[in-house]
Design a protein around this ligand. Structure first.
Ligand SMILES: *Cc1c(COP(=O)(O)O)cnc(C)c1O
Length: 418
């Protein structure tokens, strides 16, 4: 491979002076990533939660081609179009019933910025401008733009590097009780204490429901969220669910919210929304939040990205949701979950391994020590799989179309390298 990439192109969270190796991809189809040197890799990452129906999916390709022959993009200021309308109908239909207003943007981080701006503008409109900070829990991940970064885990996110440039928010302890573990009020005590003293300064709680993704791949208790809703009501705080990673079936429910019996005031969607075809996101909220913002000083919601409502992305998103709802996705995720569990669980006895956990189509092997990413990555490629660990975590989030023998290749590769 040419050195051009190495010398000129930044990759995610990578040193430009001393970059980790990258593998050049020629094409991808179904669950296979084809490298330029002819190696075929089974994809265990869904390209970061996004690709759920396979690469180079015939139906998604067709939806994109049909739309591109009509128009790839028009501005959304003063104009609208069928793909955006259809998508909003679908999103309103499948998300919690109180969410009735849709704001489109171009990436997950921006969807988070939009959610936060909604919350801040809401309280500004209610003549409570001091309610402008966020409360979240440790080990979260919400994106890389400044406001989103400010609610990512302060240690993982190296907040000290950005002191002075970054808004300061409130951090409660990470929920410790596991998904399905017996509830105990102590789990939410730290968050409750912050609310008690600081609620006049807090616009919203932002949290990834059930699954903390890039901040630690942790699955926590449903009851935490039920209690959180009660506290937010009690202290007049909006509740933002960041479902950018968990949305569209990944955790075994269509949205992680559906594990609970509550509804958030604002919800962020991204990643799998276009089946992993292109960058696109949406922020949904209630009639109440939208009305209060519109009644405020500005009279409008102060946001409007250039590529807002991009028709091409909307058309592919529509098709992706259609495909997902066209088969028994819930059973499929259950099958993946069962297989991941059966094939990974005995790793718990391995002395290098701290924990093994599985929820929906997510399997996590937590090592006792951080892994050497460069070495492991090469080993996985040698074994014909694409698995990208970080920190102490080796994890799988396969595409929903993966076949049992392909999934076994992924779990066997993990067993082999640990
Ligand atoms: C990936 C992610 C984001 C950021 O999305 P981008 O499209 O990368 O900007 C935000 N929140 C969560 C939970 C995510 O997993």
């Amino acid at each position: 491979m040419s050195n051009f990439d190495k010398e000129h192109i930044w990759h995610p969270y990578t040193s430009m002076a001393n970059p980790l190796p990258v593998f050049e991809v020629e094409s991808a189809e179904g669950v296979y990533i084809n490298l330029k040197d002819g190696t075929r890799l089974i994809d265990g990452m869904s390209s970061w939660w996004a690709v759920i129906h396979g690469y180079n999916n015939k139906e998604l390709n067709k939806a994109a081609k049909l739309q591109i022959d009509k128009m790839s993009h028009v501005m959304f200021g003063g104009l609208t179009h069928e793909p955006a309308i259809e998508l909003a109908k679908k999103l309103i239909d499948i998300t919690p019933s109180n969410l009735q207003k849709v704001f489109y943007s171009d990436s997950g981080s921006v969807a988070v910025e939009v959610a936060v701006k909604m919350a801040v503008q809401y309280w500004q409109s209610k003549q409570k401008p001091s309610k402008n900070k966020l409360l979240t829990v440790k080990s979260g991940y919400h994106g890389d733009t400044f406001k989103a970064m400010s609610v990512c885990d302060p240690t993982n996110g190296m907040h000290h590097i950005f002191t002075g440039s970054m808004p300061v928010n409130y951090f409660a302890e990470q929920p410790k009780l596991r998904f399905n573990e017996q509830w105990n009020d102590n789990d939410i005590l730290s968050l409750k204490e912050i609310l008690e003293t600081e609620h006049n300064n807090i616009a919203a709680v932002i949290i990834e429901p059930i699954v903390q993704g890039a901040g630690g791949m942790w699955f926590y208790s449903v009851e935490y969220l039920n209690e959180l809703r009660v506290l937010c009501n009690e202290y007049n705080i909006l509740l933002i669910f960041d479902e950018i990673a968990t949305g569209f079936g990944r955790t075994g429910e269509l949205f992680a919210t559906n594990h609970t019996n509550i509804q958030p005031d604002i919800m962020c969607l991204g990643k799998a929304i276009t089946g992993g075809y292109m960058s696109f996101a949406a922020t949904l909220t209630t009639n109440n939040v939208a009305n209060v913002i519109s009644d405020g000083e500005a009279g409008v919601f102060m946001h409007g990205p250039t590529f807002m409502g991009n028709p091409l992305a909307c058309a592919v998103a529509n098709k992706s949701i259609e495909i997902l709802l066209s088969y028994d996705w819930k059973l499929r995720i259950k099958q993946i979950e069962t297989q991941l569990y059966n094939e990974l669980i005995d790793l718990k006895n391995n002395s290098n391994i701290n924990d093994v956990r599985v929820l929906g189509a997510i399997g996590v092997v937590e090592m006792k020590e951080p892994v050497n990413m460069a070495i492991l990555q090469q080993k996985f490629v040698d074994l014909g799989v694409w698995i990208r660990p970080f920190g102490k975590l080796i994890y799988l989030m396969p595409q929903y179309i993966i076949k049992p023998y392909e999934l076994s290749k992924l779990t066997m590769a993990i067993k082999e390298v640990v």
